[in-house]
Design a protein around this ligand. Structure first.
Ligand code: GDP
Length: 294
C-alpha cells in the first residue's frame, strides 16, 4: 500500500535534486505534482489542500531557496509535514489502572474488527496481560465462531454469552473478567455494511453500559476515501479514542490512511497488515512518513 505514492514522490524529488538551485517556479511545479500524486493516492482533497499550502509556504522561504541544498530542504519540509499529517508522535495504547480495563472496538462490518480484537488480545498477552475477548457481534452468525477460533489459536479466553442482546453480553463479559481475574476486556461489536442509525445506537448503548476505558475504531484502509466519511460519522455519533487501520497490506491506494487523522482528529494507534495474530503494529507517524518518502 502507498507504493505508488512513494514512487511518485521519489520521482518528483529526484527531478528537484537534478536542478541544483531552485526557483519559486520550480517549487510551484513540484507542489502541483505532489498535489496530483496525493489526490491520485486517494487522499482527501481538503487534506491535500492544507498539506500543500503549508508545505509550499515553508518551501518558498529564503531558508530553503537560498540554501546550499534546496532540494534536500524541500524533502525535509515534506517529511515534516507528512509526519504532522499522520499525527506527529506515536499514540500508544495506554491502559488505565482500572481492573479490568475495557477496550471496545467499533467499525463497519468487514472492516476487520473481529480479527483486530484477536490481534490486540494476542499483543496484550505477549505483554503479560490476561485479556478476555467478548463476542458482542450477535448479528453475523459466524462472528462469535470466528472470534472463538481466533481466540483458541492464540490461547485467549472468549466470553460468548447467549441470546441476542449485545449490551447484556458486554456487561456480562466485564463481570466474567472480574470473576476470572482478567485484567483487560476486549469487546467486539457488530458492524453493518454501511453507516446506519441502529449500529450507532447499539454501539452507544454498549458504551453507556460498560463505560470503556477506550473505544477504538477499526477502519479498512482499502476503502479509500470512504474511510474518512465513515470515521467522521462515528466520531460524531459514538466518540472514539483512536483508530486501528486494518488491511494495510492491500494494494489499494491508501489515501484514507493519510487523511483520517486530520479529518477526525483521532490518532491512528495500530496498523494491521495481514491476517496473522502477530500482524498488528504500533503506528509511528515518523516511520510511516519516512517509508513513504523512501
Ligand atoms: P469484521 O466484520 O469487522 O469483524 O471483520 P473481520 O475481522 O471478520 O475481517 C473481515 C475480513 O478481512 C476477514 O476475511 C479477515 O481475515 C480480513 N482481514 C482483517 N484484517 C486484515 C488485514 O490486516 N489484512 C488482510 N489482508 N486481511 C484482513
Amino acid at each position: 500500500m502507498l507504493e505508488n505514492l512513494s514512487a511518485r514522490l521519489q520521482g518528483i524529488f529526484s527531478g528537484l535534486k537534478s536542478k541544483g538551485r531552485l526557483t519559486e517556479e520550480d517549487i510551484n511545479a513540484a507542489m502541483r505534482e505532489i498535489r496530483m500524486a496525493l489526490l491520485e493516492a486517494d487522499v482527501n482533497f481538503k487534506v491535500v489542500k492544507s498539506f500543500i499550502a503549508a508545505t509550499k509556504e515553508r518551501c518558498l522561504t529564503a531558508e530553503v531557496l537560498d540554501s546550499l541544498t534546496p532540494a534536500q530542504n524541500v524533502i525535509r519540509v515534506v517529511l515534516d509535514e507528512l509526519t504532522a499529517l499522520l499525527g506527529e508522535t506515536n499514540a500508544k495504547l495506554e491502559l488505565s489502572g482500572r481492573m479490568p480495563n475495557v477496550i471496545m472496538l467499533v467499525g463497519l462490518q468487514g472492516s476487520g474488527k473481529t480479527t483486530a480484537a484477536a490481534k490486540l488480545a494476542y499483543r496484550l498477552k505477549q505483554q503479560n496481560h490476561q485479556p478476555l475477548l467478548v463476542a458482542g457481534d450477535v448479528y453475523r452468525p459466524a462472528a462469535a465462531e470466528q472470534l472463538a477460533t481466533l481466540a483458541g489459536e492464540i490461547g485467549v479466553k472468549v466470553y460468548r454469552g447467549d441470546g441476542q442482546d449485545p449490551v447484556r453480553i458486554a456487561r456480562e463479559g466485564v463481570q466474567e473478567a472480574i470473576s476470572t481475574m482478567r485484567d483487560v476486556v476486549i469487546i467486539d461489536t457488530a458492524g453493518r455494511l454501511h453507516v446506519d442509525e441502529d449500529m450507532m445506537a447499539e454501539a452507544q448503548a454498549i458504551k453507556d453500559a460498560v463505560e470503556p476505558d477506550q473505544v477504538l475504531m477499526v477502519v479498512d484502509a482499502m476503502t479509500g476515501q470512504d474511510v474518512v466519511n465513515v470515521a467522521a460519522a462515528f466520531a460524531e455519533r459514538v466518540d472514539f479514542d483512536g483508530v486501528i487501520m486494518s488491511k494495510m497490506d492491500g494494494d489499494a491506494r491508501g489515501g484514507g490512511a493519510l487523511s483520517i487523522r486530520q479529518v477526525t482528529g483521532k490518532p491512528i494507534k495500530f496498523i494491521s497488515a495481514g491476517e496473522k495474530p502477530d500482524s498488528l503494529e504500533e503506528f509511528h507517524p515518523d516511520r510511516m512518513a519516512k517509508r513513504i518518502l523512501g
